[in-house]
Design a protein around this ligand. Structure first.
Ligand SMILES: Cc1cc2nc3c(=O)[nH]c(=O)nc-3n(C[C@H](O)[C@H](O)[C@H](O)COP(=O)(O)OP(=O)(O)OC[C@H]3O[C@@H](n4cnc5c(N)ncnc54)[C@H](O)[C@@H]3O)c2cc1C
Length: 376
């Protein structure tokens, strides 16, 4: 027999975006059903690097990112756990004078957004960050950025939503969705039918399938950032490290393991990906140059994930152009972990007020022509 659920808002996808949207909607008093094909937080949101970083984002993301920053500061109250979230600072390294100039220019452009960036170079840099190798000539420090354990924080949003009264259905794929008058009708196999007034498409790298169902193709591609982690090491690094121009990034987890990222893995199919052996070797070589302390450390695991990227590397957030009461939020292009809870809150506001208090114009779906297609 088919179970039928009626609710105000249906959410497809229980990553950090869908989970936090469900939580904020419940706190506003909406009835919510969240469908998750796998386990909540098992995909990109649970396997990422754990960088909780505003520094380096395009300026148009900073208002949302600031909103998210405030939410990250409330994790114990919202989720009942701090999820190893630490405001350690994020230090973006410059490997040349030209890179340092570029960090200075970003500090000027982003002044007024509350990042409080500080440029550190020369002797002062060596004195404050003695653990870093000689490769960097200086860096830009964002003192209140940090890092967290994605495996703890991302499922916790969906769990908190469930504790607040949302119906969170794991191992429950959305297989078909259609409109019936002003209701959405979502079908998961033969077992479940969900009827709702609003629909949130927060299905990560698979969101284009939901958008397609409403005649709204999007140019989303799946890519797979490489990650590796060493055995626990004596503590040598507090700050979360990035590098101007990209290539490698690293942080030391509270237990001492050094988590590093860089390069790309490869897809097995649309749902699964594996780290690329050569890219992991390159990553470890580059990381050991920046962090001499890991030169003889054992790598105990390497992995990757499936993340949706847009051509301009900005997400799609906001109303559908074809279907009233459908809101999209996907395409975070490798940087949706920090901003995710801010996006969840913005989606809840869109449902309640029809608008978000943070500007979303740069993320409109109609910046892409309607005849583009996704490459899963
Ligand atoms: C290896 C890696 C490292 C990264 N590092 C960082 C970082 O350091 N900092 C940062 O800010 N960002 C980082 N990111 C990006 C960040 O993890 C993502 O942008 C963010 O987690 C996206 O969250 P989401 O909720 O949109 O997607 P997801 O976490 O992918 O969640 C989408 C969910 O939708 C579900 N779903 C899909 N289709 C259906 C369906 N038909 N029915 C039901 N459920 C469905 C999926 O199972 C999945 O659980 C990284 C990403 C990866 C992969």
């Amino acid at each position: 027999m088919r179970e039928i659920l009626d609710c105000d808002v249906a959410v497809v996808g229980g990553g950090i975006v869908g989970g936090s949207a469900a939580l904020f909607l419940r706190r506003m008093g909406f009835s919510v059903t969240l469908l998750e094909r796998d386990w909540c937080g098992a995909k990109a949101s649970g396997v990422n690097f754990g960088g909780v970083r505003r520094q380096g984002r395009p300026l148009e993301q900073l208002p949302l990112s600031q909103r998210a920053h405030a939410i990250w500061g409330r994790l114990p109250e919202l989720l009942g756990t701090d999820a190893e979230y630490i405001r350690s600072g994020h230090l973006k390294l410059a490997r040349s004078e030209a890179d340092l100039e570029s960090l200075i220019a970003y500090r000027e452009r982003s002044a007024g957004f509350g990042l409080d960036l500080e440029i550190v170079a020369g002797d002062e840099f060596r004195r404050r960050f003695p653990a870093l190798g000689d490769r960097a000539v200086g860096g830009s420090l964002c003192p209140e950025d940090g890092h967290a354990n994605p495996r703890l924080v991302s499922p916790a949003f969906a769990r908190a939503a469930a504790a607040a009264g949302a119906s969170v259905r794991e191992q429950t794929p959305l297989d078909r969705v259609e409109r019936d008058g002003d209701r959405f009708v979502l079908l998961s196999g033969e077992a479940l039918e969900v009827r709702s007034r609003f629909l949130l498409n927060t299905a990560g790298a698979w969101s284009h399938r939901v958008a397609d169902a409403f005649g709204e193709p999007v140019p989303l591609v799946s890519l797979h950032p490489n990650m590796a982690v060493t055995e626990p090491l004596p503590r040598f690094l507090d700050v979360n490290i990035g590098v101007e121009g990209g290539g490698v990034y690293g942080r030391q987890a509270p237990r001492g393991n050094m988590v590093v990222g860089g390069g790309r893995g490869f897809a097995l199919d649309a749902d699964r990906a594996r780290p690329q052996r050569d890219a992991v070797l390159t990553l470890m070589r580059d990381a050991a140059e920046l962090f001499p302390q890991i030169r003889h450390a054992h790598v105990i695991r390497c992995w990757t994930g499936v993340e949706g990227y847009t051509p301009d590397r900005n997400p799609i957030i906001g109303p559908s152009r074809t279907t009233p009461n459908l809101f999209h939020a996907f395409g975070f292009s490798g940087a949706g972990f920090q901003i995710g809870p801010g996006v969840g809150e913005a989606l809840a506001e869109l449902v309640r007020d029809g608008r978000s208090s943070a500007p979303l114009d740069a993320f409109r779906i109609d910046r892409f022509p309607p005849d583009t297609t996704a490459t899963p």
